[in-house]
Write a protein that binds this ligand. Structure first.
Ligand code: AKG
Ligand code: FE2
Length: 331
């Protein structure tokens, strides 16, 4: 994976500027304006890498950048996805949102972590075996972060990018985050199977957070999309879409092509595996490729793995049908 490191001088300068930035939990707009100013002073080389990653259709779909300011003293890892109370410097949140604003616009969705701009991705008791960011004990399958929509297509209003910033690694540093760019995976498949993946012969399960919290489903019940393709768009710049919570091929040919794609992802994914360490940010294009996470132990002792996550859109206009009274928060 392509990796950059924020020089320590630039990190120290960011920390100083962060002191003048309001808490994003209290004043999201004020925080984003302050962060815009602070991030403008980053080294040209890093800004150029961010620019190309975020705006060039040809760039690779994942980028790792190390050395971001995070809080010197962290509270125990939460077990509920809610921010623990108590005074903190919020350097990590500011690193996350400043970086997100370089890539596009950070947004919240009411159906995902209450519309918050900053998500706490932590293992949660009871969620160990789920195909969601609450899980730990199972491999989180290759997927895109998707968003339920009444159109029954779940990759229309979803984030274009997601950003993961590591605050704490898991105890044994086992968890690996994997990314496969669709171009790499499709290069491993025969053309006939790519052609099948391009046809609307699949149903995708709505995210489990939606199914449980909003739909009120119990157990393994799923909400399925309309028939959709896995691959769309020009061969040189394909968009891929796989749901974490389940993909249902609608016939045998579709099933075979999906199995071949999953094998290709497993083959390609381990090349890009990262064990995220504190201060590392993984920038993920949510349309160019799919991501996954390996299993890891969770102990719920306050020292479990803890990532901050942001959802980022390049266009808010295209999701205006779900705008709410609250800026940057969508239904
Ligand atoms: O925990 C990870 O490394 C990835 C989790 C994930 O897929 C997500 O937060 O969307
Ligand atoms: Fe994900």
């Amino acid at each position: 994976m392509q990796t950059h490191t924020l020089p320590s001088g630039a990190a120290a300068q960011l920390r100083l500027q962060f002191d003048a930035v309001p808490s994003p939990y209290e004043d999201a707009e004020g925080a984003l304006i302050g962060l815009f100013r602070a991030f403008a002073a980053l080294p040209d080389e890093l800004l150029a890498a961010l620019f190309r990653f975020s705006r060039d259709p040809a760039s690779h779909g994942a980028l790792l950048i190390d050395g971001w300011p995070i809080d010197a003293e962290l509270p125990p890892t939460p077990t509920s996805g809610q921010l623990p109370a108590g005074g903190r410097s919020l350097h990590a949140e500011k690193s996350l949102l400043g970086l997100a604003a370089q890539m596009g616009t950070p947004v919240g969705y009411r159906t995902e972590k209450d519309g918050q701009l900053v998500h706490h991705v932590v293992p949660m008791p009871g969620g160990e075996f789920t195909q969601s960011n609450r899980g730990s004990k199972v491999f989180l399958n290759f997927h895109n972060d998707s968003m339920y929509d009444a159109s029954m297509v779940f990759n229309s209003h979803n984030p274009d990018f997601l950003l993961l910033l590591c605050l704490r690694a898991d105890h044994e540093r086992q968890a690996q985050t994997l990314y496969v760019d669709a171009r790499e995976a499709l290069a491993l498949l025969p053309e006939a199977q790519v052609a099948v993946l391009r046809q609307p012969r699949y149903r995708m399960a709505a995210p489990s957070n939606y199914t449980l919290l909003i739909h009120g489903a119990k157990g393994d019940e799923k909400v399925w999309s309309a028939p959709v393709p896995v691959i769309q768009g020009p061969a040189a710049y394909p968009e891929i879409y796989l749901a974490a919570n389940g993909v249902q091929p609608m016939d045998d040919g579709a099933q075979q092509a999906l199995a071949a794609l999953q094998q290709a992802c497993e083959a390609a994914g381990h090349d890009s595996a990262v064990r995220l360490a504190p201060g590392q940010a993984l920038l993920i294009n949510n349309r160019k490729g799919v991501h996954a996470r390996t299993a890891f132990p969770a102990r719920y002792d306050g020292q479990d793995r803890w990532l901050l996550r942001a959802n980022i859109r390049t266009s808010l206009w295209d999701i205006r049908d779900r705008a709410t009274q609250q800026a940057l928060v969508f239904a």
